[in-house]
Design a protein around this ligand. Structure first.
Ligand code: DGL
Length: 276
């Protein structure tokens, strides 16, 4: 019996555990979808790598997921979304959804004073991915971007409410507080893991934009457009693959998702690189 396109899984990748913030939302917006997740934990962080390296890794990750017979790809990494999407769309003939456009649209729908802050990796902020997209959609808005590279290892480490996380957040978010932004884009999928700390430090009046929340509606619309929404009527499954230390991924993933996850598979990096 052949599997119809609608019943195929959605592929999701990130440099590590950050993309789980997208999976969490996706699983509640589209509960019937099967998801195959790849976290490139051997090569995290992407945010301090060059554009050409991020493109190369993104192509390898997509080829790996295509071997799992995916029907659509979600680039659950703002860094890869801001750099690699045009190349991925040129090479691969499946729907590909990134994080920048949905996050920008949601930020514009929330802001009242037209002052939006964006925090992300060095790569995302130095490419000005959000500033360009937000201004393309509305040029009357001011955008303030700030790299927060230490948030990624803190999230990977599971230091969700640690004192050190507060201190680092105070240092990073000081300038954005002074700019009196009313909306802050968490422009890295790792950052929603640290939401509690970020919200406390930036203040309760600032709306936080989570890539997962912002993108899940768009993913649904894209699947609808291509007639690819699952019609199985059963609850979808999630399968996890990482390129290093599955046990650590499992531990932090369970802490963040608040539930147990089954086996996390290890993908040999040598194989990932040589086969693709
Ligand atoms: N989670 C990723 C992002 O959304 C990347 C973090 C990193 O690998 O530096 O940008």
């Amino acid at each position: 019996m052949s599997i119809t396109d609608k019943q195929k899984p959605i592929g999701v990748f990130d440099s590590g555990i950050g993309g789980l913030t997208v999976v969490k939302r996706l699983a509640s917006t589209l509960p019937n979808e099967n998801i195959i997740y790849f976290g490139d934990t051997a090569r995290v962080p992407y945010g301090s790598k060059s554009n050409s390296t991020v493109i190369e890794y993104s192509i390898q990750n997509t080829k790996f997921l295509l071997q799992k017979n995916i029907k659509a790809l979600v680039v659950a990494c703002n860094t890869a979304s801001s750099i690699a999407i045009p190349d991925l769309k040129k090479i691969f003939d499946i729907p590909i959804i990134g994080m920048i456009e949905p996050g920008s649209r949601m930020a514009l729908s929330k802001t009242h004073n037209k002052k939006i802050g964006v925090i992300g990796t060095r790569a995302t902020t130095s490419n000005l991915a959000y500033s360009k997209e937000i201004k393309r959609l509305n040029d009357k808005v001011e955008v303030f971007e700030k790299p927060c590279p230490l948030f990624v290892p803190l999230a990977e480490e599971g230091w969700i409410k640690h004192r050190a996380t507060y201190e680092i957040a105070e240092e990073y978010l000081k300038e954005l507080r002074e700019e009196e932004i009313d909306t802050l884009v968490l422009g890295c999928t790792h950052y929603p893991i640290l939401t509690e700390v970020i919200q406390k430090v930036i203040g309760p009046k600032v709306s936080l934009i989570d890539s997962g929340v912002a993108s899940s509606e768009l993913i649904k619309l894209e699947l609808e457009k291509f007639n690819l929404l699952s019609d199985s009527g059963t609850i979808g499954s999630q399968e996890y693959y990482v390129s290093d230390i599955p046990a650590k991924f499992k531990e932090v993933a369970e802490l963040f998702l608040g539930r147990g996850i089954e086996h996390v598979h290890k993908v040999d990096l040598e194989v990932l690189i040589s086969e693709h």
